[in-house]
Design a protein around this ligand. Structure first.
Ligand code: GLC
Length: 534
């Protein structure tokens, strides 16, 4: 391949997840919308991203914030119209920003026409589009627990059978063993790909197939509350998924440069499973590994997680890295230790954007925006409503973007759908834009550095031995070599520079770009970031 032309947006670029309801409200109803995202495309282009992962925007009763789709080929009126979507896509493409959509096809909403038909009678042609079973010994067909607690089986009075739901009872699982279902989903993918959509983030891929014999799962206290205290041996992750992924991949491959990134929901200990969904690079293009979302602030731990992730990747596979998303508290909130919050945000940014693999940012991360504190009366997320105060739900991290210090943070002309953060007058885009050393400007410099240095986009990766509070590594592509040194601690740490050529600072938090760094011992400042090159 021609070296100059081998930039693949999803592989060498930077992708940013946007929660559509919280990015920017263009129509003044308190909720973000598609026109709002279109208006902020110049901002995103300046941030230096190559792609947007758009959270779910299909028509939905919003019991699970759009992860309960009622019509796969529509746009929910909260977000606008199909014309708004097409405009967003065209305007994004004009700025070389790609758009991937959420493909939520393990389940639909119970308000989807397919389910309404399916539940209408046992002999309805769509009956077998979902998973229906008779009870066993006067109870549910198996002991399987839903991710949100309780049985996965819901009794349906009208037709006297149970249907299966891996999540909420309003999210019935599709029957992926029925080819009519898979063919319809592939047709839906083509519907969006024909519009020019660049790919999909595929929701909970490892849930599609369940054991056909409905064998009971073993109970296990250590599996924890979110697994319903059982090991999900039979209720998810069953063999046969490879064939489905191959078919999905074939659909994408009918088009040019389209991709899919899989969500394989296995929390802390699943990197090998996440890797398996990439096959030999011929199934999912990328697959999320979530360990860093559950790791405490500790350089050694971070390093261990990345080492583990890289070690399980197939040779032809490509990592992607993520620190925050719409399901877990934001990284800045998890690691917030005022007064070091913004300093840590810069260390994390440098880590995410210089590791080997595609970085996935989460909107607001680029200004070091924390979660909003949520009161019971604010809760929108059904999981928060069900389990408050033990589980408060995911509203905190889905908070409105902080654009400026004005009323409602420049997000909306009216009170936003979720509370704003109290810090928004200090932490916002307008303030940070003017401040050269802000987190925002640091993200911009990092994306620019990635674009200028092929080693950071696609180079090899090698750890450099260091103090346990530092993380150091070298990225290499042909004669382009970049050394990264990150100090995760709030005090200075010594580091021995041992490079063949004299090095200078390409980007850093404490030293000017261009300043030389001598071979030999270096005192790395507290929370210092250094990107060094020849
Ligand atoms: C995924 C989504 C989450 C959603 C769930 C059910 O894990 O990220 O937000 O609730 O799937 O669709």
């Amino acid at each position: 391949m021609n070296e100059a032309n081998d930039f693949l947006w999803w592989k060498h670029g930077v992708i940013c997840e946007i929660w559509p309801r919280s990015f920017y409200d263009a129509n003044g109803d308190g909720s973000g919308d598609l026109q709002g995202i279109t208006r902020k495309l110049d901002y995103l282009a300046e941030l230096g991203i190559d792609g947007i992962w758009l959270g779910p925007v299909n028509k939905s009763p919003m019991v699970d914030s759009g992860y309960d789709v009622a019509d796969y080929r529509s746009i929910d009126p909260i977000y606008g119209t199909m014309a708004d979507f097409e405009q967003l896509l065209a305007e994004a493409h004009r700025r070389k920003i790609h758009i991937i959509m959420d493909l939520v096809v393990n389940h639909t909403s119970d308000q989807h026409a397919w389910f309404k038909e399916s539940r209408s009678s046992r002999d309805n042609p769509k009956r077998d589009w979902y998973i229906w079973h008779d009870g066993k010994k006067g109870g549910a067909p198996s002991n399987w627990q839903a991710l949100v607690g309780g049985s996965v089986w819901q009794w349906d009075k009208a037709t006297k059978q149970y249907y299966l739901h891996s999540f909420l009872k309003t999210q019935p699982d599709l029957n992926w063993r029925n080819p009519a279902v898979s063919q319809e989903i592939y047709a839906t993918m083509r519907f969006w790909l024909d519009k020019g959509v660049d790919g999909f983030r595929c929701d909970i891929l490892n849930y599609f197939l369940k054991d056909e014999q409905l064998r009971d799962n073993p109970w296990s206290l250590s599996a924890g509350i979110f697994n319903g205290f059982q090991k999900h041996l039979y209720s998810r992750g069953q063999p046969g998924m490879e064939a489905i992924l191959r078919q999905m991949r074939a659909v994408l491959d009918e088009y040019k440069e389209r991709m899919m990134v899989g969500e394989v929901y296995v929390a802390q200990d699943g990197p090998a499973m996440a890797a398996a969904f990439m096959g030999k690079g011929d199934l999912c293009h990328l697959s999320f590994e979530f360990s860093l979302l559950f790791t405490k602030w500790d350089a050694a731990r971070f390093k261990e997680m990345i080492k583990r992730w890289y070690s399980v990747l197939p040779e032809e596979g490509w990592p992607c890295n993520v620190l925050s998303n719409h399901d877990q508290p934001r990284a800045v909130t998890r690691y917030a230790a005022a007064p070091d919050t913004q300093k840590r945000a810069r260390v994390m940014a440098a880590f995410l954007l210089t590791l080997r693999g595609t970085p996935f940012l989460y909107y607001g991360e680029e200004i070091g925006m924390p979660d909003s504190p949520i009161k019971r009366s604010d809760v929108m997320d059904t999981i928060g409503k069900m389990y408050w105060p033990i589980v408060k739900g995911r509203d905190g991290e889905r908070n409105p973007m902080q654009w400026d210090a004005g009323k409602f943070a420049g997000f909306s002309a009216v009170k936003p759908w979720l509370p704003l953060n109290a810090d928004y007058s200090a932490v916002n885009v307008e303030v940070q834009d003017k401040e050269p050393s802000s987190v925002l400007n640091f993200y911009r410099k990092l994306t620019a550095l990635r674009r200028a240095q092929p080693a950071l986009q696609k180079g090899g990766f090698e750890w450099i031995e260091s103090d346990k509070d530092l993380i150091a590594y070298r990225r290499t592509w042909q004669d382009n070599e970049i050394t990264i040194i990150l100090n995760f601690s709030g005090s200075s740490r010594a580091h021995k520079i041992d490079a063949g050529l004299p090095l200078k600072v390409l980007l850093g938090t404490h030293r000017d770009s261009g300043s030389p760094v001598d071979k030999g011992p270096l005192a790395v400042y507290p929370y210092e970031v250094l990107a060094l090159g020849a």
